[in-house]
Write a protein that binds this ligand. Structure first.
Ligand code: EPZ
Length: 429
């Protein structure tokens, strides 16, 4: 298994190109199930989850083509995928595939909407929490689907098609909003999705569906109104930049000091989190082509924050913020409100010398003089990148095991950081 080795203490200076967002690319790829015509996606990141989803979609009958390199294209430019679901040959998403990537559960709605039937393995729990799917079922049932559970599988059917209805999501859920939206676009009549997630990735999916011929109003708000259509058609869409990658690199620069231009990053996708970093003492300047992030001397101020659905502080940046606050002058209070078990990085950060007290859903992080390199283990995607951030500032060598977690969501992370002066490499075994 590969490991990442970091020798900490170098400041970061240079340019980091921000990739297309993993959490937008995945539902966009799944949306290709909704039409027999070709969906062309640009700016698709090179990630293990994207490769795995291509295989899962292939199993349903989708032809996935990665368009070859074009003249003038840079290594940092995203890929172009062409996805064609001319015929869906299999409406089953098997356990061994869904268990490896939760987002693949979202094939449920488009298969049901297009074929009237779907059999999808229950995703089960994962490292960060139990992660139920009851809201997905509530939404599909409201649209007229029958849902049964058998042998760990969800059997969904709507032989006469789905019908528009009011879908009231009891809790804000990104995945349930994706599923409700993908079901509603081909349902008969009008659907109103209330308490919809407003995450930029939901907006990206809604915009792409509109480009495919869907009729959606209220994009970017908590109320989505969908007028069902008979069929969707071909479209071309560019995946929006990854706000979590943006926030992660901004915090890496804040941790080490230096100045980095995050090329392609957008302030509006991350506003509250960036305002918080500014309050902590990080310089962030918005430009038309990206964000300039700098910290040159001066201690960081501690913060008090809780994770919230968009536009609040994202749970996907909580681990990175905890790592950063290990360098603050004082105690930060960071509360996790989205997932019940998303603190596994805490004990690993402690191995580097972090002082973190966990009380229920809240971490109290007291800044320390310095962190010291150690051997640590990645437990999930965002937890693993928090160890990278801490390792960049720690004295001596940090060795991170189980880096396959990182490869799921961060494109060429060693390369991007090395180009800015970090001493980081991958040890293959
Ligand atoms: C998406 O997961 C993201 N995944 C997660 O990113 C992200 O942390 C999360 O949204 C919150 O922003 C992808 O986009 C692939 P939710 P999702 O449904 O959709 C509860 C990463 O690191 N809930 O918005 O699965 C749930 O337990 C990943 O890239 C129910 O109770 O999250 C949680 O408490 C990790 N019943 C809350 O809602 C349901 O049916 C929000 O979860 C569904 C969710």
């Amino acid at each position: 298994m590969d490991r990442i080795r970091i020798v900490g203490g170098e400041r970061l200076n240079g340019i980091i190109p921000i990739s297309g967002a993993k959490n937008a690319a995945l539902p966009l790829m799944i949306a290709s199930l909704l039409t027999e015509e070709t969906l062309t996606l640009h700016n698709v990141p090179r990630l293990a989850d994207v490769t795995l989803l291509s295989r899962i979609l292939g199993n349903h009958g989708i032809d996935v083509t990665v368009v070859g390199k074009k003249a003038g294209q840079r290594k940092s430019d995203g890929q172009t995928f062409k996805l064609t679901a001319a015929q869906i040959v299999d409406t089953t998403a098997p356990y061994d595939m869904v268990a490896r990537m939760r987002a693949s559960f979202w094939v449920l709605a488009p298969l049901l909407a297009r074929c009237g039937v779907a059999k999808v393995s229950l995703p089960g729990g994962c490292a960060i929490g139990t992660r139920p799917v009851d809201l997905h079922f509530d939404a599909l049932k409201a649209l007229g689907a029958t849902i049964d559970l058998e042998g760990g599988y969800v059997l969904a059917s709507a032989p006469k098609g789905l019908s528009g209805a009011r879908v009231e999501l009891a809790k804000v859920s990104v995945g349930a909003t994706h599923n409700a939206l993908m079901a509603a676009v081909l349902a008969r009549g009008e659907t109103l999705i209330a308490n919809a997630a407003r995450e930029p990735e939901v907006m990206d999916l809604a915009n792409c569906l509109s480009e495919m011929g869907a009729k959606i109003e209220g994009i970017g708000t908590a109320t989505l109104q969908v007028q069902g259509v008979d069929a969707l058609h071909a479209a071309e869409h560019a995946v929006l930049p990854d706000r979590i990658e943006t926030g992660t690199y901004a915090m890496a620069v804040a941790m080490t000091g230096g100045e980095v231009f995050l090329e392609g990053a957008r302030f509006d996708l991350l506003e509250e989190a960036l305002v918080l970093l500014r309050k902590a003492g990080v310089e962030i300047e918005e430009t038309p082509t990206g964000l300039r992030v700098a910290r040159n001397g001066g201690g960081l101020e501690p913060v008090t924050v809780e994770t919230q659905p968009f536009p609040g502080f994202p749970t996907d940046l909580q681990a990175q913020l905890i790592a950063l606050m290990c360098k603050a002058c004082g105690t930060s209070t960071i509360r996790e409100t989205i997932f019940e078990n998303r603190f596994m990085h805490v004990q690993e950060l402690a191995r580097l010398g972090a002082r973190i007290d966990l009380k229920g859903d809240t971490a109290f992080v007291t800044g320390v003089e310095g962190l010291t390199g150690a051997q640590v283990m990645a437990t999930d995607l965002r937890a693993s990148v928090s160890l990278v951030i801490a390792g960049l500032a720690a004295q001596g060598e940090t060795l991170i095991g189980r880096v396959y977690h990182l490869d799921r969501g961060f494109e060429r992370i060693e390369d991007k950081l090395r180009r800015c002066g970090a001493q980081i490499d991958r040890l293959s075994s």
